[in-house]
Design a protein around this ligand. Structure first.
Ligand code: S3P
Length: 166
């Protein structure tokens, strides 16, 4: 097994870093949100709207369980809430080397300003980010084999660090 699992808060760069990292390593790239959208043929936003968050979390857990034993030479980007659900932390660690893309609250706020694709941030976005991030950050840290900061850094620099340290 030779996989890298990228975790972190919405807007930390999992998809952009993951895609480029996979290209550099000549690995496959996949993303749990994309797998879910393809499976249920619906958007994450619409799934939240029609079926609610709990249903979406079940889909996430099913998805991660379904990947056990199936990935090789893959970079997997994982939705920001997936590692937070009880038991999922252990599952992602079974899949490969878990890399937490650690990003500050201010950077996330800047990057997600005006974003309408994240249903959990609807309303007072900055407050929601602050509350969710302070709850989740210690869980991401505990789940990670490796922590890489992203604030003020270029993608290729982040990728170099991941490659050098794994
Ligand atoms: C979520 C993060 C999103 C997506 C959904 C819920 C979360 O993925 O799975 O909107 O709970 O943090 P990204 O982290 O890729 O934005």
């Amino acid at each position: 097994m030779n996989n890298l699992i990228l975790i972190g808060f919405m807007g930390c760069g999992k998809t952009s870093v993951g895609f480029q990292l996979a290209k550099r390593l000549n690995f496959n790239f996949c993303d749990t949100d994309q797998i879910i959208e393809e499976k249920v043929k619906d958007t994450i936003n619409h799934i939240f709207e029609i079926k609610g968050e709990e249903y979406f979390r079940k889909l996430e857990t099913e998805t991660i369980k379904g990947l056990i034993g199936k990935l090789n030479n893959t970079v997997l980007s994982v939705g920001g809430g997936l590692p937070i659900q009880t038991g999922n932390e252990r599952l992602i660690r079974e899949l490969g080397c878990v890399v937490y893309l650690k990003t500050s609250k201010d950077t996330i706020m800047q990057r997600l300003s005006g974003d309408t694709t994240r249903p959990l941030l609807a309303g007072d976005q900055d407050k929601r980010i602050e509350k969710l991030l302070s709850f989740r950050a210690p869980i991401y840290e505990a789940a990670a084999h490796l922590i890489v900061t992203t604030d003020g850094r270029l993608i290729h620099d982040i990728i170099d660090e991941i490659i050098n340290r794994t």
